[in-house]
Design a protein. Structure first.
Length: 140
């Protein structure tokens, strides 16, 4: 779940810096719960102005759009990493395996482990990010 770095002026309590600092780092669900609770508990004799309501609705839309954009970018990044990893099949690599030991050899296959492409070099598993050198095999 993505984090909301700052609530800023959300209409929750104006410019109250202490409240804004307390709200930093809320995840999206907590932000929505807080916003809904505010709307449910507002003073009926002093409801939100239309501009404040529109500002809050706009913020809800921005949070949702940001969440979708983050998910899309994560998917694109994974796709690029998988493509890069599969291009290494049959290549010789020098890397550090998942236990911190140096590994050198030919990439046999690629799997996705914990959302990250993992190269299989003999019996060793190597995260794509731990590859230090890539060499073509002679004769290719």
């Amino acid at each position: 779940m993505s984090q909301i770095p700052s609530v800023g002026q959300s209409g929750l309590s104006g410019n109250n810096e202490e409240l804004n600092n307390a709200l930093r780092g809320l995840d999206v669900d907590e932000f929505f719960q807080l916003m809904i609770a505010e709307l449910q508990n507002q003073d009926p004799l002093n409801p939100l102005e239309n501009s404040e309501m529109l500002q809050q609705i706009s913020q809800i839309r921005e949070v949702g759009a940001t969440e979708r954009l983050t998910d899309t970018l994560d998917s694109v990044l994974l796709g690029q990493n998988v493509s890069s990893a599969t291009n290494l099949i049959g290549k010789s690599v020098r890397a550090i395996d998942n236990f911190g030991a140096p590994v050198e050899g030919v990439v046999d296959r690629v799997t996705i482990i914990d959302g990250e492409p993992t190269l299989h070099v003999g019996e060793a598993e190597v995260k794509l990010s731990n590859v230090a050198e890539i060499k073509s095999i002679a004769g290719e």
